[in-house]
Design a protein around this ligand. Structure first.
Ligand code: PXP
Length: 246
């Protein structure tokens, strides 16, 4: 069975659109756990555009599965991690004006600071996962970083299968092949393999079938579906609040 880590960032995006108190990503995280999710992931971005420190502090107290906090490598973040004590920190690259994480860490260029961050987080008893593209060179460097986990970036795979899944499409097969090869190579180096980014109900099957991939981190598409499958009930409840009947 492949585990599911649910990313609730975009519940917070809806809240922050109005600077309101609802919807609360902490409530969403707990509901996801009750529904069977194996862990909760949040990205504490430098600009705090969605998840706030307050959310992570409450989740730390309330989440009973595993709490994974994605963050960029910085002194400020390492200090925060020591304070927040998530079960796992996933180190990600971050660019201020990106819409979402654009690619994996470039471990060829940044192995030294990443290795230093891994050591410091391990000293705090925090597991470390490295978000990297499915490239052999990156896997090799991840193996040299001291981290025990990697999260393979499925962004290019997801873009190769944007609408319907055409399993005969050469680009789709190429991107899927990169994830399969990267996962196999990582296991040979004793790295545990997770994956995520851009996964949807339509394209998740081939990735969740890769035996080496233990866990998927999925956010946007689950939040998108939750908004729509919940729309009918939400309208009925508003009519009831207005008129005492639907
Ligand atoms: N993994 C990482 C490292 C991410 O940065 C994100 C997006 O925050 C995800 C997984 C989840 O991606 P999505 O929201 O597209 O499912």
């Amino acid at each position: 069975m492949t585990r599911l880590g649910i990313n609730v960032d975009h519940i917070a995006t809806i809240r922050e659109a109005r600077k309101a108190i609802e919807p609360d990503p902490v409530t969403a995280a707990l509901m996801a756990e009750l529904a069977g999710a194996h862990g909760v992931t949040v990205h504490l971005r430098m600009d705090r555009r969605h998840i706030q420190e307050r959310d992570v502090r409450l989740m730390r107290q309330l989440v009973t599965t595993r709490l994974n906090v994605e963050m960029a490598v910085s002194e400020e973040n390492l200090f925060l991690a020591a304070d927040l004590k998530p079960d796992t920190v996933t180190l990600v690259p971050e660019r201020a004006d990106e819409i979402t994480t654009e690619g994996g860490l470039d471990l060829v260029r940044t192995l030294d600071p990443v290795r230093d961050a891994v050591n410091r987080l391990h000293a705090l008893d925090i597991q470390v996962s490295l978000f990297i593209d499915p490239e052999i060179e990156q896997i090799e460097r991840a193996g040299a970083s001291g981290a025990s986990l990697i999260e393979l970036n499925t962004g290019a795979y997801s873009e190769a299968a944007p609408k319907a899944l055409d399993e005969a499409d050469p680009l789709f097969l190429e991107e899927l092949g990169k994830i399969v090869d990267a996962a196999e190579h990582a296991r040979k180096l004793d790295l545990r393999v997770l994956a995520g980014h851009g996964l949807t109900y339509r394209n998740v099957g081939p990735v969740s079938s890769i035996p080496e991939v233990e866990e998927l981190n999925i956010g946007h598409n689950i939040v998108a579906r939750a908004a729509l499958v919940g729309m009918g009930q939400a309208v009925e409840e508003m009519l009831y609040a207005m008129n005492g009947s639907t």
